[in-house]
Each structure stands twice: as structure tokens, then as C-alpha cells.
Design a binder for this molecule. Structure first.
Ligand code: NAD
Length: 399
């Protein structure tokens, strides 16, 4: 169980690029990183594409004026001159900027925590992985839902054979907030999401399903996709070639099959994020909208609802417990859990403790590249007429 006590020698000096006053995701980073003030201290930032607004915002949240920078290049150069300069930076900017900022940060000798989808191409991912290795730095990826500890309960139960062999994987991440084109015209955050120059080769596949794909891999690390078929649509035509809806069928190497539905035009759906794993004798099902509960359905028995924080849960799940029974946890604790793991990974890297690093389960550079590969495979299938394609995985993950 976590109680905020320090897990690393001292808090890391942390900065953000993006995530400013109008940014959608920036506050989630700060909620996560600063939940335990023993892990990170926010000491600098280039928070906004508009420097004055970024400075005003940074000062407002407690960063000293002299360390609120007009852009990330100035920040990396200026901080490198300080004895107490930043050690790690989070990138919370639109997709198309991730690669250049990540590269510049590593070249400046910083650890990096970056938003998903990590980059546009897996080749870019491999380049950054090689650079991070050369610089001996961590690159973490903020799959923000993946810190929900009930996912680790699913992982443990599957590993312990509690559902038998996996037959069916049923994934969904949908909502209805883009059912019409209103926000395409009024919201800056939505405008870039449907512009391939900024968003990359996909809309909802990258924006939503990369989360769910990573979570499925976290839960079932042994399950490798062999082939997939993706059919994607732009129901609002002006969004083409980027999709606002997609279906993906998967065949796994062990003979299991799966499907994933991702959509932002699921009208009326406020949060349809769900994972159901069907085994030979039982199933597990988790919903993001009820993160404290896990359904365990054994064929022929009463359905069980496992409740977060209860002592019958696996120790891996309980290790990430924060508030204890009787209280609800959610997205904030999930972000805090992954940020704490980023801090532990960075500390282990700094101490050259490769054993500690290899035992730590967190969304690392390989998970980021796997997310890009997932999009690449889906787009390749869809753009060839929704055909089955052999799944090209990360080099390390496929071996
Ligand atoms: P947004 O458009 O709401 O905000 C982007 C922010 O970045 C703004 O503050 C903007 O001023 C700033 N910015 C843009 N370019 C910049 C630059 N060069 N230097 C400094 N600041 C810059 O976007 P968003 O919805 O917050 O998404 C940002 C990223 O986070 C995207 O990659 C998106 O996919 C991802 N995201 C992830 C999650 C999650 O759960 N992990 C949730 C939402 C968004």
C-alpha cells in the first residue's frame, strides 16, 4: 500500500512542455506527478505555445517566473547551465510535436515522459529508443488509465490460471462527444486531432485505442497478435482520411480471437471503456467507469464482483493501493501510480540498477513503440480495403 512516503532518495526536478492553461491533459500530469511530493517537484516549464500565457500560468501554479520559458529549446539550454537544473521533462503537446521535443530533451541529457501516441512512425520510435539507450535515459509513456490497480489483479488472475486458457479478447474504447462536427470547428484540441499533419495517421485509433491496446498487453503479456483486420470510417466526412470509428478483429498466436471497437461517434456514450477477457472456464470484465470493481464470472457459479482494496486481492494489486477500503479511487490515483513508477524507473536508471528496472512493470519506450505499431498495422489493413494483415510487432516483443 502506498502512503506518500518516499520511494526514491529525493524528488526529481521536473518540467513540462505543454499542458498549459487551455491544455486538456496537463493537469492530469500534475495530479499524477505531484500526488506524492516525494517523487517529483515541478520547477520549470514551457507550458504553452503562447509564451506570455505560458508564463502567467506557470507563475500562477507556483513556478518561479525566471523558470517559465517561452519555448522548450530555451528551457533545455537554460536549465543545462544551472546546478539545480531539471532532470526530467514531460511532453503534453499535440502528437506531431512529440518526436522533435523528445529528441531534443534526450540530447539535453534529460529523462522523458511523453504523451501517447508517442510518434507518427515506429521508425521514429526505434530512433528515440536508440538515443535513449545511448544517453542512458528513461522514456515513459502516459497511458494514463493503466495505473488502475484492478488491471494488475486481472493480470495476476490470468497468470494464475483463474479463467483457464484465453479464448476471446473483447476491447472497447468509445464515446459520443464527436457525434457531430460542432467541436471540429470550435475546439482547438479537436481541430488538431483531425488534421493528419498534427495528429498523425489516425484519429480514434491513436487517440483512444492505443490506451486499451496497451492495457490488454499489460493484462496478458503472453498474448501476441498474429493477424488483424481493421475497418475504419469517417462518419463526419470532413474528418477523412482520419477515422472517427473503427472495428478491429484480431487473431492471436495461441489461437484466441479478439475484437476492438473504438469510436468518438458512439452517440450518448459518456465513457465506454471496457476490457473483457474470456477463458475456457471463466471471464474477467473491467470498466473504466467503475474502476473499483472487477467482475469475475465462473461458468455455472454466481457472478462475483471483486472490490478494490480488499485483502483477498493479489499482492501486486494491493501494492498500488492508496486510499484503502470504503473509499473510491479513480483516474487521479491511476496517473499517480504510473508517475510513481516513472520516478522509480528514473531513479533505478540513475543508480544503474538494471535488475530493479527489469522487474518494474510500467509503460516504457517499448510500450510506446508498440502503440505506434498497433496504429500502423490497423491503418495498413484498413487502407488496403479492410483486409487481414500479418501483425508486425516490436522487434524485442515479437522474439
Ligand atoms: P490540447 O490541444 O488541449 O493542449 C495542448 C497544449 O500544448 C496547450 O497547452 C498548448 O498551448 C501546448 N503546446 C502546443 N505546442 C507547444 C509547444 N511547441 N511548446 C509548448 N507548448 C505547446 O491537447 P491535449 O488534449 O492536452 O493533448 C496533448 C497530448 O496529450 C496529445 O498527444 C494527446 O494525444 C495526449 N492526451 C493524452 C491523454 C491521456 O489520457 N494520456 C488525454 C488527453 C490527451
Amino acid at each position: 500500500m502506498l502512503n506518500g512516503e518516499r520511494r526514491i532518495a529525493r524528488p526529481l526536478r521536473w518540467a513540462m512542455v505543454g499542458g498549459g492553461r487551455l491544455g486538456q491533459v496537463g493537469y492530469k500530469h500534475r495530479i499524477g506527478a505531484l500526488r506524492d511530493n516525494t517523487a517529483f517537484q515541478l520547477v520549470a516549464g514551457a507550458f504553452d505555445i503562447e509564451p506570455e500565457r505560458g508564463k502567467d500560468f506557470g507563475v500562477n501554479i507556483g513556478v518561479s517566473e525566471g523558470r517559465c520559458y517561452p519555448d522548450y529549446k530555451t528551457m533545455f539550454a537554460s536549465e543545462a547551465l544551472r546546478e539545480d537544473g531539471i532532470e526530467v521533462v514531460s511532453i503534453a503537446t499535440p502528437n506531431g510535436t512529440h518526436y522533435e521535443i523528445c529528441k531534443a530533451a534526450l540530447e539535453a541529457g534529460l529523462h522523458v515522459i511523453c504523451e501517447k501516441p508517442l510518434f507518427f512512425t515506429s521508425e521514429e520510435g526505434e530512433n528515440i529508443k536508440a538515443l535513449a539507450k545511448k544517453k542512458d535515459k528513461i522514456v515513459g509513456v502516459t497511458y494514463g488509465f493503466s495505473g488502475n490497480q484492478m488491471l494488475l489483479q486481472m493480470r495476476a488472475m490470468i497468470e494464475q490460471g483463474k479463467i483457464g486458457d484465453i479464448r476471446v479478447v473483447d476491447l472497447q474504447y468509445t464515446h459520443g462527444f464527436n457525434s457531430n462536427d460542432k467541436s471540429d470547428k470550435t475546439s482547438d484540441a479537436q481541430k488538431w486531432r483531425i488534421d493528419p499533419k498534427v495528429a498523425g495517421p489516425s484519429f480514434v485509433l491513436g487517440d483512444l485505442s492505443t490506451h486499451t491496446y496497451y492495457m490488454s498487453q499489460l493484462i496478458m503479456p503472453e498474448m501476441k497478435i498474429k493477424r488483424l483486420l481493421c475497418d475504419r470510417q469517417s462518419f463526419i466526412e470532413s474528418r477523412a482520411p482520419l477515422e472517427d470509428n473503427a472495428f478491429v478483429m484480431m487473431q492471436y498466436e495461441n489461437g484466441a480471437v479478439g475484437r476492438l471497437w473504438t469510436s468518438s461517434i458512439n452517440a450518448g456514450c459518456m465513457d465506454g471503456h471496457r476490457i473483457r477477457i474470456v477463458g475456457t472456464n471463466a471471464s474477467l470484465e473491467w470498466w473504466d467507469s467503475k474502476p473499483n470493481e472487477l467482475r469475475y464470472e465462473v461458468q455455472g457459479e454466481s457472478i462475483q464482483t471483486l472490490i478494490r482494496a480488499m485483502p483477498y486481492l493479489d499482492e501486486a494489486c494491493m501494492a498500488d493501493e492508496r486510499l484503502g477500503a470504503l473509499h473510491q479511487e479513480g483516474l487521479s490515483e491511476s496517473w499517480a501510480n504510473i508517475y510513481l513508477k516513472f520516478a522509480i524507473a528514473i531513479d533505478a536508471k540513475n543508480r544503474k540498477d538494471e535488475e530493479a528496472l527489469s522487474n518494474l512493470v510500467y509503460p516504457d519506450i517499448d510500450a510506446g513503440i508498440a502503440g505506434i505499431r498497433w496504429i500502423e498495422n490497423c491503418v495498413r489493413s484498413a487502407d488496403n480495403g479492410a483486409v487481414w494483415v500479418e501483425f508486425e510487432a516490436n522487434k524485442e516483443l515479437s522474439s
